[in-house]
Design a protein. Structure first.
Length: 358
């Protein structure tokens, strides 16, 4: 999924932005002393149109790189969808990943499975606090993929004046039932390891890391498209010990286990499944709170947030008199198309929408 950077391209330099808040949660309780982190690229706040970028639960807050190495969404800048010489580009750190709080840091490395119940509305309120404390003007363009799309929709509902244009990619107004089942199984794999009584610390470390690895491997099968995996890896052939995909799954599982804590994974995975705007009958009225134009990008091969879910959200928004367009990103990469096919995504958005210039 690495984007090939043109040899002569100069990466923009990120500037760190911070904040702090006590955060009341949608489902009860308060997170005290939340440390909010993120980065800005390009023009100073207040001097240019503002774009906010948000990705999946494991994404860092440097989508356009650290000034030396390209970031996970660099193509949006290279393809001129985002232009640091003309725009302010913000990347908030996701609550529970980049942004966290003292009680969560104390749980890292423990066996804790009893955790606060976060929702995308909580992640949105943390982002709103970060934007407000750093004097971000209203009327931003939000580009959010996966959970970043859920957070953008939640923010636009809670703070309608904040977002002028909302672009969601492989997201939706609710989680899909199949995706919910996959995430539940992932969490149960990790919880089982945390609940196990291990004979010694070394076995415990191996057992929990293996559970995290297996959860990620299951996830990788849902993030990618079936046709891509079939074409790229194929099946177990006679005379071979493991299927070709095994090495790919092992690599991604190991990397995840080494870089993400079980508690943070459990928190954010469950937050996706707890996204609830309103009961079905009340959804049109709830969506009428939006004051932004909405662009929805769906991927036909996406298993987690299928294209039909994107189409349903578009229908609901139009019924609520919210300006909305549905775009289809043709890609074999499934849910990960926003990363693996990011050049095509950037071009799709450039061709289809008019973004603010001044």
């Amino acid at each position: 999924m690495t984007f090939a950077l043109p040899q002569s391209h100069v990466l923009p330099q990120p500037r760190a932005l911070h904040g702090r808040t006590d955060l009341p949660l949608e489902l009860g309780g308060v997170l005290h002393g939340v440390a909010l982190h993120g980065f800005a690229y390009g023009q100073p706040l207040g001097a240019a149109p503002v774009f906010v970028l948000a990705g999946g639960i494991t994404a860092n807050a440097q989508p356009l790189g650290d000034g030396h190495r390209p970031g996970w969404w660099q193509a949006l800048e290279v393809c001129k969808l985002l232009q640091p010489d003309r725009h302010t580009i913000l990347a908030p750190g996701t609550l529970g990943n980049v942004s966290d709080w003292p009680a969560l840091r104390e749980l890292d490395g423990t066996d804790a499975v009893e955790l606060p119940h976060l929702t995308p509305f909580d992640l949105a309120e943390a982002t709103e606090a970060w934007l407000r404390q750093n004097d971000c003007p209203n009327g931003i363009t939000w580009i959010g993929a996966s959970v970043g799309g859920l957070v953008g929709l939640a923010l636009a509902l809670r703070h309608p004046e904040r977002i002028k244009r909302l672009i969601t990619i492989s997201a939706g107004h609710q989680p899909d039932g199949w995706g919910t089942g996959v995430r539940h199984l992932q969490r149960e794999i990790v919880r089982d390891a945390l609940r196990t009584t291990w004979s010694n610390p070394a076995q415990r470390k191996i057992g929990i890391a293996t559970a995290m690895k297996r959860a990620r491997q299951l996830g990788m099968l849902s993030y990618r498209g079936r046709d891509e995996l079939n074409t790229r890896f194929g099946r177990l052939e006679p005379g071979t010990a493991l299927p070709p995909i095994a090495r790919y799954l092992e690599h991604n599982g190991q990397k995840f286990a080494q870089n993400f804590s079980p508690q943070r994974f459990l928190l954010l995975s469950e937050a996706i499944d707890r996204f609830h705007i309103a009961d079905q009958a009340d959804l049109p009225d709830a969506l009428r709170r939006l004051r932004c134009a909405v662009t929805i990008v769906g991927v036909p091969s996406d298993l987690l947030f299928p294209l039909a879910l994107q189409a349903r959200l578009c229908d609901l928004l139009l019924a609520a008199n919210v300006p909305c367009q549905l775009l289809t990103l043709e890609s074999t990469f499934g849910h990960d198309a926003f990363l693996a096919d990011q050049v095509r995504l950037a071009q799709l958005l450039l061709d289809a929408i008019v973004l603010p210039e001044e």
